[in-house]
Design a binder for this molecule. Structure first.
Ligand code: GLP
Length: 275
């Protein structure tokens, strides 16, 4: 496991974006060989998406041969609702880059048969050859995607009822009106994310400090589903200083001492326009 600690949210977002950029460029995606990226929504990845848009605009990066799979979507919220994850992804990221809409996959929370929708999502991921890099975010209770506390750590894409903590955390997007927050969602499972070749989880802010502590300093525990990634061979946690507040000084010092190694991962690599 790598833990990359940056001073603040902006630097953490930039580091995560550079990492994604490098992975895509190094993969040399083509019409016969797409790079497959798992993506989150929320306030955390916003800064990272802004940076990726910048890299696309300056010709460093293309998403022409990238397929994306989003982690989750609310059930029953119209697709065009400003808080649907469809709206989030299109308004904050996809509409500014050169991705083919047919390659940007998001679960349909309005599907007639939700279970069939989840099965078909897993099938599409498999048909795409699996996920190369799954980027994730977590809730303050340590859930990844919508894998709420107590979720099976081998779970697959499915319908989930949201925990009260999640409804409260997400109420800020619904005018702080708890009754307007959807209570159910479709989500990839912990097992779905575990199958990715690499996982990068971005955790920022003091309100997620306890979750980061549970994620990396205590054992694997289904009450903190993000802790499952301790058992993934290639997990990178990217966080800001605030998120490290509950970690041991020893842990923080060790990983900060490795920053010169980690930073090599985001050194500029040959970009699309240099080819
Ligand atoms: C929701 C989403 C998660 C997301 C989390 C954190 O619960 N289902 O996928 O990671 O919120 O959101 P934020 O980044 O806004 O804190």
């Amino acid at each position: 496991m790598r833990l990359v600690i940056l001073d603040d949210y902006n630097l953490a977002s930039e580091w995560a974006a550079k990492y994604i950029r490098n992975r895509i460029i190094q993969f040399k995606p083509s019409a016969n060989n797409f790079f497959t990226l798992g993506l989150p929504t929320g306030s955390t990845p916003y800064g990272c998406y802004q940076k990726l848009i910048e890299y696309y605009r300056c010709g460093e990066l293309s998403f022409k041969f990238v397929k994306t799979f989003n982690m989750d979507e609310y059930v029953g919220l119209p697709r065009a609702h400003p808080e649907s994850y469809h709206s989030y992804m299109w308004n904050n990221f996809f509409k500014y880059i050169d991705i083919d809409p047919a390659n940007a996959h998001i679960l349909d929370g309005n599907a007639e048969d939700l279970e069939a929708e989840c099965k078909s999502y897993e099938r599409k991921i498999a048909e795409a050859g699996g996920i190369h890099l799954f980027v994730g975010g977590i809730g303050p209770d340590g859930h990844i995607a919508f894998n709420e506390p107590g979720s099976s750590l081998v779970s697959r894409t499915r319908v989930k009822t949201l925990a009260k903590d999640t409804i409260v955390a997400n109420a800020r997007f619904f005018g702080n009106d708890l009754s307007k927050v959807p209570t159910m969602a479709l989500t990839v499972g912990v097992g779905t994310v575990m199958d990715a070749k690499e996982v990068m989880i971005v955790i920022t802010g003091a309100h997620k400090a306890f979750a980061l502590y549970k994620a990396i300093e205590e054992g694997v525990n289904h009450m903190w589903t993000v802790s499952a990634f301790q058992q993934h061979p290639h997990t990178i946690f990217v966080c800001d200083e605030d998120a490290t507040l509950e970690l041991r000084v020893k842990t923080v010092k060790y990983f900060k001492g490795l920053m010169h190694v980690h930073n090599k991962l985001v050194d500029p690599v040959l970009s699309v326009k240099d080819k």
